[in-house]
Design a protein around this ligand. Sequence first.
Ligand code: MRU
Length: 345
Amino acid sequence: MALASLAIRWHDTALDLLDQRALPADTTWLRITNARDAAHAIREMVVRGAPAIGITAGYGLALEAQRLGDQASLAALAPAFEVLAASRPTAVNLFWALDRLRQAAGDLSGAALARHLSEQAERLHRDDLAANRRLGEAGLALLPEGARVYTHCNTGALATGGHGTALGIIRSAWEAGRLRSVYAGETRPWQQGARLTSWELMQDGIPVTLVVDSCAAMLMAQGEVDVVIVGADRIAANGDTANKIGTYSLAVLARHHGIPFIVAAPDSTLDAAMQDGSGIVIEQRPAEEVRQVAGQPCAPADCPVHNPAFDVTPAALISAIVTENGVIPSPDPTAMAAYFARSAS
Ligand code: MRU
């Protein structure tokens, strides 16, 4: 069955991805027909955002099973699992999706396996949208009337199966009349805030003001920000949270100014097996991303660069984590363990 969200269109025998590198100037779609293409699209940021990466990996596996035809089996799919798992290391949603499909494959083979993997990938896609809608509603209670929200990176429909995580709360708050305005940090070096979040919010008519990342402290000092809401790529068992580089700085700033700092993520972003944030692998990306802006040099060509794509915010700086199953206030090992126990029962 065909299934489409803002950036991911599934056509049963092929996947089309909105090339997010070209937004907002161009709307270009790339066709994906196998796992290698899907992994390449993830690595090169055609598709990005933790949940969207997981969904794409699911479809990539389903396409690979179709390509293998009668030969399709869990063993024959091993190289596909491997290439997808190697695409980006930090977002746990990728590994969560691959595990879900590995379990679903069981002893199936051939056309039955391909069909089942397609159905499972569609399910990941559909469930993520549903989770984000619930998460958006759950987050409403944490916002004051007329909230002015600061957000980072892009956590919207482009980054998920739809609605978004941090942007999901923002969208739900707008629908509920609780939101006054949004500050979007531009998010160097990929400019997800500038190119994607502002684009998504403007399309929905949600009042957004774009700022350079280094403007956040001043806005908070001036009393312009009521709450910071961000997404996550991986949340450890103690609540430590990996998200786009710059998230940690915002959490420190929010604490200094007494502003609530909220992390929004579906359960697929929780990594109960990761004890704390120190074990999370942080992706290092190419130097050119920092030495250039939109392909134009903005630094000496040979200047050494440090370019981690994510940082880890200690749980102690997080006011609450919001998932589709509710709010975890003041996350710490005990609150997280209670949440995991609740979800398992
Ligand atoms: O490098 P990106 O664009 O994939 O990073 C995205 C983020 O850090 C998001 O905040 C996170 O994946 C959550 S998206 C709902």
